[in-house]
Design a protein around this ligand. Structure first.
Ligand code: NIG
Length: 384
């Protein structure tokens, strides 16, 4: 079954090989869930079905490469205290861990599914999520299993925080041994929070090396609260992505630019924690690959709105519109080492995010407005 999407005001393709970023007055054909053709509207071939998009802008679906959707409980009081001047500390993770451990499987499944639907309604068609609010063998395995039922990419983050009563090195032994074995059937990635108050560089290295031995791809939470050494570690171990990157030395920026490790910025988290924005402009100018993700979680970024993150990156972090959209699509795909999503080149999965606007600049020009009109994933409508 082929579908011709026509009357597209702006089509953001990111066809790297053909060197095409954006086309105006365009059309696209999806066939068998993949992009079969794109080009000028006047040259569009026939298809079984035709969808007139009324001159709206079309982007590849967002690729949200960093979220923590498996949680229960409320941290709005902590957020309120932060807005009154209290700094963010890693310890809040324990509050969510208690609430999440108390949730039944059915309740957790419902919560995660609801969050995935919410993200999809905002144009996200590929989503990663992490464990990290279980912090015991059984709970981490349970969260990983539930996540794997509902999202595209699952990351094991047993090394999110040292649980109360544990010696840090003994907990790292557990994470790299029994816990890793228990989650392994459900995950493809491993992540570690390399930060003061969480795990040291040496502990993080042990966790990451164990993940690598188990055949998992590597990701790192690094340099969020200070110069943690997480960026250098991620680059050294060839991690796919290092996320947060708020505090970067010149050496960090150079190392990222010379590596295949994607620097993932989390604009909504920077706002919600009142952190200095990650220096995305500096990273791009140096030649690093940048991704934008929502970091949806109850502590530091309770939003899955990639529209908001992209608008913020333009308004506050001085990315051009093209850089920001690329970072939230192709950049996210690169952070997940995926080549089938994040662009609308021929052969890519037909993930279309139709904006209720003639041009994508409206994402920054009309911040906070409900700009997602409709979403298709693999050629099938996700929203009405
Ligand atoms: O990515 N930085 C560590 N982990 C999450 C926050 C988790 C929490 O505070 O609950 C983050 O911001």
């Amino acid at each position: 079954m082929s579908t011709l999407f026509t009357n597209i005001g702006e089509l953001w393709v990111f066809d790297v090989e053909a060197g095409v970023s954006v086309l105006r007055e365009a059309a696209l054909v999806a066939d068998g869930g993949r992009v079969a053709w794109y080009g000028p509207r006047a040259e569009a071939p026939d298809a079984d079905e035709r969808v007139d998009l009324g001159g709206r802008a079309v982007l590849p679906g967002w690729v949200d490469s960093h979220t923590h959707l498996v949680f229960d409980g409320d941290r709005s009081r902590e957020f309120e205290a932060r807005m009154a001047g209290r700094p963010y500390e890693a310890g809040g993770i324990a509050v969510t861990t208690d609430a999440t451990r108390a949730a039944t499987d059915d309740r957790l499944r419902r919560l995660v599914a609801g969050r995935v639907r919410e993200a999809q309604r905002g144009g996200t068609t590929t989503i990663e999520t992490k464990t990290g609010y279980g912090l015991s063998v059984d709970e981490e395995a349970r969260h990983a299993r539930i996540a794997a039922e509902l999202v595209d990419e699952v990351t094991f983050l047993g090394a999110h925080l040292v649980p109360a009563g544990w010696d840090a090195d003994a907990y790292v032994d557990l994470v790299t041994g029994e816990m890793l074995d228990a989650v392994r059937p459900h995950v493809t990635w491993l992540d570690v929070f390399c930060e003061e108050g969480a795990f040291t560089v040496e502990q993080s290295r042990r966790v990451l090396e164990a993940g690598r031995r188990a055949g998992l791809g590597l990701r790192v939470h690094g340099n969020q609260l200070g110069h943690s050494g997480g960026v250098a570690l991620a680059v050294d171990l060839g991690a796919a992505s290092v996320d947060h990157v708020n505090h970067l030395s010149d050496d960090d920026v150079e190392a990222l630019a010379a590596s295949a490790t994607v620097a993932t910025i989390l604009p909504a988290c920077d706002l919600s924690t009142r952190a200095p924005f990650a220096p995305a402009r500096r990273l791009l100018d140096a030649g690093a690959v940048v991704a934008i993700a929502s970091n949806c979680n109850p502590g530091t970024s309770y939003t899955s709105s990639m529209n908001f993150c992209v608008g913020t990156a333009v308004l506050q972090q001085h990315l051009t519109l093209e850089e920001a959209i690329r970072a939230a699509t192709l950049g996210g795909a690169m952070a997940l080492r995926r080549t089938d999503v994040g662009s609308l080149r021929v052969g890519a999965r037909a993930d279309l995010h139709v904006l209720d606007a003639p041009a994508a600049i409206h994402l920054a020009y009309r911040p906070g407005m409900p700009l997602t009109h409709r979403v298709w994933r693999a050629g099938e409508p996700l929203t009405e």
